[in-house]
Design a protein. Structure first.
Length: 434
């Protein structure tokens, strides 16, 4: 079994790994110092594309088109870029054991990778219905979406079950984006989720009413307040029916499940401090082991703006936390000082011709502004969250770049609000004048 040594190893080859590699190159890394070890067979790419343009029936995105860092308007890092920068991409390689005391990672093939500094960027895995023993959940064409392999399985199923029926289990952003692309692929789509409205972790009832209305107008059926409790399969083993808790049975050729993710941290159990389901870090993404950093979905870090410890599963944070960790590693080597991470939570989603952005914290009272009538073309509306008399969060559908910048600024500055009625009346103008 082979053994290789590197100064820096990044385990995981997703969004955070790609942005970390770019930052290493910016800061100066010598050939052979840095390796990225990834289970996936391809160089780091912008994962959000998988539930959007990757699945379009026409004009679809394919690699190498969406390697990092195109998602944030940066240079596209092709496999050659890593070669030219002396960064070793060790692909198709799953790490199955981490010995942090011995500073070594062991792959499924038994190879050892030694490091001086490790960055954990293993991201999340999807929660599967088979994890809860849902009856029949192992039938064919019950699919999930986390990586390119999953997306390719879905594309094959779309081709095999042309113009068929699709049930989407889950009403989060993955469920909403997947429902849209399945409809665009000419499937008869039904969404099923237990909550009273979609995206309940972020959307207010007022926001959700627009998106549910818009989806209904597109011909998507929405069944709320119940869950899938079982599946039946046809003679070939492919899913045929979805049984709901409320007794209904839905025909289905494809089921796509989007019920959340789980940070991949089991490799490090008992070796690093954990908090809120992730690996605990400081504001430089250093873990309880000073030679080990954790970034992206797996990191639970101090969110300075709210004086709280949080874990964030969004692409913007994956990018920025990776850059912060690399800057911190380099600064500590050079005895320099950098500022602590000061993150403003940012999340977005796109489906059909809709596009929203959210900045800040969704706590406190809410004010809906603008026209959220789903039949209005190019509707523009949003919501402010107000806590302790200050705006702490802002959401906007269909904003221009300047308007999105304005709501980001509001969430960062947290201006006081004199009257909620006035805020409602001013709407977007309130953000634009900050
Ligand atoms: P990932 O990008 O998931 O990368 C983790 C990498 O580690 C993967 O390559 C994985 O294979 C590898 N890995 C894991 N374990 C091992 C191991 N043991 N050995 C070797 N390699 C390993 N966020 C938004 O803000 N907006 C969006 O619109 C949006 N859309 C999304 C759509 C989809 C379909 C998905 C799945 C996510 C979306 N996200 C979105 C979330 C965002 O993509 C993630 O927060 C982000 O990718 C996290 O980056 P990461 O580097 O921590 O993890």
């Amino acid at each position: 079994m082979a053994e290789k040594s590197f100064k820096y190893v990044i385990v995981g080859g997703g969004v955070a790994a790609g942005y970390a590699a770019r930052e290493f190159a910016r800061q100066g890394v010598k050939p052979g110092e840095l390796a990225i070890i990834s289970k996936e067979a391809v160089a780091p790419y912008e994962r959000p594309a998988l539930s959007k343009a990757y699945l379009f029936p026409e004009g679809f995105a394919r690699l190498p088109g969406f390697h990092v860092c195109v998602g944030s308007g940066g240079e596209r890092l092709l496999p050659e870029w890593y070669r030219e920068n002396g960064i070793e991409l060790i692909l198709g390689t799953e790490i199955v054991k981490a010995d942090l005391a011995g500073k070594a990672l062991i792959s499924a093939a038994g190879d050892a990778f030694k490091y001086q500094t490790l960055i954990i960027a293993t991201g999340s895995s999807v929660i599967r219905l088979t994890d809860f023993g849902v009856q029949g959940a192992d039938a064919g064409n019950i699919l999930y979406l986390r990586d390119i392999d999953d997306a390719d399985k879905l594309i094959n199923a779309i081709k095999a079950k042309k113009n068929g029926k699709c049930v989407i289990v889950g009403g989060g952003y993955i469920g909403l984006e997947l429902s849209a692309v399945m409809k665009m692929n000419n499937f008869d789509v039904t969404m099923v989720y237990p909550e009273p409205w979609c995206m309940p972790r972020l959307f207010t009832a007022g926001l959700a009413a627009f998106y549910e209305g818009y989806y209904a107008n597109k011909g998507i059926n929405i069944i709320k307040g119940t869950v899938a409790t079982g599946f039946t399969a046809d003679a070939t083993g492919d899913v045929k029916e979805v049984k709901l808790k409320d007794g209904r049975v839905l025909e289905s050729d494809i089921v796509v499940v989007g019920v959340g993710g789980r940070p991949l941290i089991t490799l490090f159990k008992g070796q690093l401090e954990e908090e809120k389901g992730g690996i605990k870090t400081d504001g430089f993404f250093k873990t309880s082991n000073p030679d080990v950093y954790a970034v992206g979905d797996v990191a639970t870090f101090p969110l300075k703006l709210y004086n709280e410890i949080r874990r964030v599963e969004h692409v913007d944070h994956a990018r920025k936390s990776a850059e912060q960790a690399v800057k911190a590693i380099k600064a500590s080597e050079e005895g320099k000082f950098i500022e602590e991470y000061d993150y403003l939570p940012y999340f977005y989603s796109r489906s059909f011709d809709l596009s929203w952005q959210f900045y800040g914290d969704n706590v406190g009272e809410t004010i809906l502004f603008g026209d959220n009538n789903p039949v209005v073309p190019k509707a523009k509306f949003g919501t402010y969250w107000i806590k302790d008399g200050k705006v702490v969060g802002a959401f906007l559908e269909n904003g221009t770049p300047e308007e999105n910048k304005a709501i980001a600024k509001v969430a960062r500055v947290q201006p006081p609000v004199e009257s909620l009625e006035q805020l409602k009346a001013e709407g977007l103008a309130f953000a634009s004048k900050i």
